[in-house]
Design a protein around this ligand. Structure first.
Ligand code: ZN
Length: 834
């Protein structure tokens, strides 16, 4: 049957326990808990200590270990570190001595990034076993020139959420009927990590704990081949690369060619077994934060493998063609492609190493793209520090600029302009090992025409981070290579009438959150003001001694601690009398009632959207938040909360008059409701005072009778759909920054638009963020969508009784990497309606 024979029990000399022996049940006959997968990895390392090593590289949010397992021949095993160092020399990232092209190739296999795609971690155990099984002559031969690194489970928390659940609902025998509850996973499902982040969207941004820890290891190895194992709907045949168009154009002909080489070898095994599969469709290579694109943009051959069965597969399920698909089938398929990939790597090891070397040599000597340098301007906020973190995490070299005058392409205006740099500005030179990755991250226009893609098509870092950026075609003077220096002036917290801090970014928000958590009373200035030589902008935070008498002698220490941990500069001022603007006692200096925040969760809510907000409060702001299931909202004591956040979702709450009235009543009595994305669209249909554009009586779309455009061809149906599609593009939003919802911003913001919802200008409220004409910046947006997205509101605020409603039609916290939206969200939570 299988050509890649599973060699069975090892002979006497091997003494490595097979998964079946170790687990006490046939692999695939039940789901293996994560701790047993971990134990098996260590067991094999103990039994083959001269060929296998386990390295714990971190922990998940829920405290589970993250592991890498290194597998090599005895000879290569004794020089793993030398191979790793040499590989970094090939990549130009280590320059202590000359690189050698004579070295083994490195394959990295990543399993179970999506927790409810569980067959892959089961396959990881069998793969490890067959790599060390001395009876398996093939694998022993492959390891002569190939080192295998196995990450048996990238997302243990998600996997355990799935496995714990399915183990509870399985009977003595699996029930293969799709209707059975074991094929219907409860909210939020096991796909994501603890905070409901999709770890297969996080490779470049590294906002999540698991990714941050893993990428340190990944970037210290940089394998030649990487495989990301997934599962898809259980009726789908197996998918493996070669991938679908669009390919990003930094992907080299060699990378395309070798994807196909591996794909053909996979196909050979699938053909022999009569298994169905497909290639070149659906899974494209564009968005840079996947487990295939990120490795590709870092010189590897990045592969995605998709088995049918995610979430609903159970131990066995009847598919639409009447066959029964079992967990055993699924793991054997993943095992087969994993081994086939190692086989092809071994057969082409010398070529892979050589091409890897060439890739990085070209990256340094002939970087592609329009610009030789990128200059990121320092605006005095913490944005540039956040950019430096991103660069460091991806091993992208940067430097501080030498003060000079240059001509460069201004990302925000779209024009070439003269500009000056100074020593705080950051320069990234494209001629460096990571030039392809940095080009993908910084390019203004995603190189994608009218085409279908699986994900957003625009992520340009200057817009996501809100940093004024110039692309420069010539050299830029640099000073020493950048280091992670924070330019915060630590003002001693001396005896003062009050202390003032700017409101201009996440550090300000963390400072405020810390103060409020400690019971310190804070005000914010509604207008800019000046004391002596110090100018303070709208939104500046003010802590007066008088209002905080209760803190007594601890006040200074508390304020100083809050400023230090949030890297915030403080200015002490001696008097409540200001030289320009309103005195500190004016009612234009607003008291910030500490938000008591509730966040809706549960079946009606998008788990990703909820997770982003939960993670934001819990991990980034460190401010308390209460998650409430939507069905419990009727039991919420209005006095316990004054802010209710309604994330993207589809709510039964907004479908009845009674529950709409209940919520409105809570708002009228002083509550603040913050609604996002789909929740806004739903509320617009229930008389909340704002109206979606293009909904009701808009008749102009009515086609003419003789419109031959109606005669669409059936085979073009997927492409025709694109005129109405918007997978995620960047639009410029014009801001009314005199409203607290836009404090800390200039007159514009760049939003990631993922739908075509836009709202009519509010008559009884504040249109704080609007799209006018010609505000499209980048990414794919179908022709009809682009026509629609103009002259409407995206971010608005309204008073209602004693309370207020804030709506954010786009997601300002998208995957937690849209850094520039975070302050907007904080404005909604802390400043609006005070
Ligand atoms: Zn997946």
């Amino acid at each position: 049957m299988l050509l890649l024979v599973i060699a069975g029990v090892a002979g006497a000399q091997g003494q490595v326990a097979s998964p079946d022996q170790f687990l006490g049940y046939p692999l695939g006959s039940r789901f293996t808990p994560h701790y047993k997968i971990v134990s098996y990895m260590y067991q094999v390392a103990r039994q083959a200590p001269d060929r296998v090593k386990v390295e714990a590289y971190g922990q998940t949010n829920e405290g589970r270990p993250l592991l890498l397992v290194y597998v090599a021949s005895r000879e290569n095993f004794s020089r793993l570190e030398a191979v790793r160092s040499n590989n970094l020399r090939l990549a130009g990232l280590l320059k202590d001595s000359a690189a050698s092209e004579v070295m083994p190739a490195i394959v990295w296999l990543s399993y179970n990034v999506h927790g409810n795609e569980p067959s892959s971690s089961e396959a990881a155990m069998l793969t490890l076993y067959e790599l060390v099984n001395p009876v398996n002559e093939k694998s022993q031969a492959w390891l002569k020139n190939t080192i295998v690194i196995i990450d048996p489970c990238i997302n243990p928390d998600g996997r355990e959420r799935y496995v714990n659940w399915i183990t509870q609902v399985e009977g003595r025998q699996p029930n293969a009927r799709p209707i059975a509850r074991e094929h219907s996973e409860p909210w939020p499902g096991g796909r994501t990590n603890h905070y409901n982040f999709d770890l297969n969207r996080d490779w470049a941004w590294q906002t999540q704990l698991e990714t941050q820890q893993r990428m340190i290891k990944y970037n210290s190895w940089l394998p030649q081949v990487h495989v990301d194992f997934h599962e898809q709907g259980y009726n789908a045949p197996y998918y493996f690369a070669p991938a679908a168009e669009p390919f990003h154009d930094v992907i080299t002909p060699w990378q395309r060619e070798f994807q196909t080489t591996i794909g053909r070898n996979n196909a050979r095994y699938f053909d022999q077994n009569g298994w169905l599969y497909f290639t070149k469709e659906r899974f494209d290579l564009f968005y840079p934060s996947y487990g295939d694109t990120y490795p590709l943009y870092n010189g590897a051959i990045g592969m995605t493998y998709e088995q049918g069965g995610h979430s609903r597969g159970g131990l066995a399920v009847v598919t639409e063609d009447g066959d029964t698909l079992t967990l055993r089938d699924r793991l054997i398929h993943h095992y087969t492609t994993g081994m086939s990939t190692i086989e092809m790597t071994s057969q082409n090891a010398a070529r892979l190493v050589k091409e890897f070397h060439t890739y990085y040599t070209n990256a340094v000597q002939n970087p592609g793209g329009e610009f030789k340098n990128y200059v990121f301007k320092d605006d005095g906020t913490d944005k540039l520090n956040r950019l430096k973190v991103l660069l460091n995490r991806n091993n992208i070299k940067w430097a501080y600029s030498a003060g000079t005058s240059l001509a460069g392409f201004n990302y925000f205006t779209g024009k070439t302009e003269l500009f000056k740099t100074d020593g705080h500005d950051v320069v990234v030179n494209a001629a460096q090992p990571k030039s392809n990755l940095l080009r993908v991250l910084f390019e203004r226009i995603s190189r994608l025409s009218d085409s279908a893609t699986y994900d957003i098509t625009a992520w340009s870092v200057p817009f996501a981070y809100g940093i004024k950026t110039y692309g420069v075609k010539g050299p830029v003077g640099e000073t020493a290579v950048g280091f992670m220096g924070y330019s915060v002036i630590r003002t001693p917290v001396e005896n003062a009438y009050a202390w003032v801090a700017k409101w201009d970014g996440m550090n300000s928000a963390r400072f405020l959150a810390n103060l409020l958590r400690n019971g310190i009373k804070v005000r914010y200035a509604e207008q800019s003001f000046r004391v002596g030589n110090s100018e303070f902008d709208k939104g500046s935070l003010i802590v007066t001694r008088a209002a905080n008498a209760a803190q007594g002698k601890y006040l200074e220490a508390l304020v100083r601690a809050a400023a230090d941990t949030s890297l915030t500069s403080l200015t002490p001022i001696p008097s409540g009398f200001v030289d320009k603007g309103f005195d500190l006692g004016s009612d234009k200096v607003r008291f910030i009632h500490p938000p008591k925040v509730a966040l809706l969760a549960g079946n009606d809510v998008s788990s990703n959207a909820m997770g982003e907000i939960w993670h934001f409060f819990d991990q980034q702001l460190e401010y308390p938040i209460t998650l409430i299931n939507t069905e419990d909202i009727g039991r919420m004591n209005p006095a316990d909360f004054n802010v209710l956040i309604v994330p993207d979702g589809y709510y039964s709450l907004f479908s009845t008059k009674e529950s709409n009235e209940l919520l409105k009543d809570w708002v009228r009595r002083g509550g603040k409701l913050i609604a996002l994305e789909g929740a806004v669209a739903q509320m617009s249909r229930s008389d909340w005072g704002f109206k979606i554009k293009g909904s009701g009586d808009d008749k102009k779309e009515e086609p003419k009778k003789d419109d031959y455009n109606l005669l669409r061809k059936y085979e073009n149906r997927e492409r025709d759909f694109l005129v109405n599609s918007i997978p995620g593009s960047i639009f410029k939003v014009e801001l009314d920054n005199s409203h607290p919802l836009a404090f800390g911003y200039g007159d514009s913001y760049y939003t990631l638009k993922q739908d075509d919802n836009i709202y009519e200008f509010l008559k009884d409220g504040w249109n704080v963020g609007v799209i006018k004409k010609d505000n499209y910046i980048s990414g794919f947006a179908g022709s009809r969508v682009r026509e629609k997205l103009k002259d409407g509101t995206l971010f608005g605020a309204m008073d209602m009784g004693r309370g207020s409603v804030v709506f954010l039609a786009d997601n300002p916290l998208f995957r937690s990497f849209w850094e520039n939206g975070k302050l907007l969200f904080c404005n909604a939570v802390f400043l609006v309606g005070q």
